[in-house]
Design a protein around this ligand. Structure first.
Ligand code: SF4
Ligand code: F3S
Ligand code: FES
Length: 248
């Protein structure tokens, strides 16, 4: 069964723009990205939208639908009532390039700042042995499709551009936690998380976890354990004594 839906889509460039109204056909089984494509095909040929897989796996099609970050390819039109106005806007935390396409290079810069897996020098390839529980812990984090909706929704940077310098966002604090939990990683991830990537800014509001399309428990399984690891280091009496003696 087809019907006509009311769409409001943000149109503009470099942050200057406005919402435009459209009435557009919807068919059974369609998702929001189908409707955006129909708008391109019938009414707005220059409407810019980023997408790739249309299967919830590439993380390209992140937008805000009625104010909530969502993958447009995974948001079924049946989620909404037929008379509801559906507002589609670009992710708010990142600068707009055009229409629904944002410049997410902030995320790539943060990714580059985190040193990669650093194994001990004396362990040769083929000699790595891990407990299943350690494998499972990092496997959860590796389900990330880099849609950046968690970084988009985190209040630390969503309304505070000035924090972007010192806060990597949940996606990359989770990456640091993943490496810190890896039994063969020898880099100092705890100081890195706290001092360079702003772990202390996170006040565990869990908005990041709520929007993750891969249902990764970012806050409970990565951020809170990482905070505990940092605190353990800080208040460990032996570490404290060591710091007193050797940092004189
Ligand atoms: Fe997206 Fe989840 Fe990865 Fe964040 S952790 S970038 S919300 S998939
Ligand atoms: Fe932000 Fe997630 Fe922490 S939304 S405040 S990083 S729990
Ligand atoms: Fe790939 Fe939506 S188009 S996740």
């Amino acid at each position: 069964m087809s019907y006509k839906a009311k769409f409001r889509v943000w149109r503009g460039e470099s942050g200057e723009g406005k919402l435009e109204d459209f009435t557009v056909e919807v068919n059974e089984g369609e998702v929001v990205l189908d409707i955006i494509h129909r708008l391109q095909a019938t009414q707005a040929p220059d409407l810019a939208v980023r997408w790739n897989c249309k299967a919830g796996k590439c993380g390209s099609c992140s937008v805000e639908i009625n104010g909530k970050p969502r993958l447009s390819c995974m948001t079924r039109m049946s989620t909404f009532s037929e008379d509801e106005v559906i507002t589609v806007t670009p992710m708010r935390t990142f600068p707009v390039i055009k229409d629904l396409v944002t410049d997410v290079s902030f995320n790539y810069e943060k990714a580059r700042q985190i040193p990669s897996f650093t194994p001990p020098k004396d362990v040769k390839p083929g000699e790595y042995r891990m407990q299943q529980i350690d494998v499972e812990r990092s496997q959860e984090f590796r389900k990330c499709i880099e849609c950046f909706m968690c970084n988009n929704v985190c209040h630390v940077i969503r309304d505070h551009d000035e924090n972007k310098q010192s806060f990597a966002g949940p996606r990359f604090l989770m990456r640091i936690a993943e490496l810190d939990m890896h039994p063969y990683d020898v880099a100092d991830r705890k100081d890195m998380a706290q001092e360079d990537h702003g772990l202390g800014y996170c006040n565990i509001t869990k908005c990041c976890t709520e929007v993750c399309p891969e249902h990764i428990k970012i806050t409970d399984n990565a951020l809170i354990p990482m905070k505990e690891r940092v605190v353990d280091r800080k208040y460990d009496p032996l570490v404290w004594l060591g710091n007193k003696i050797f940092k004189r």
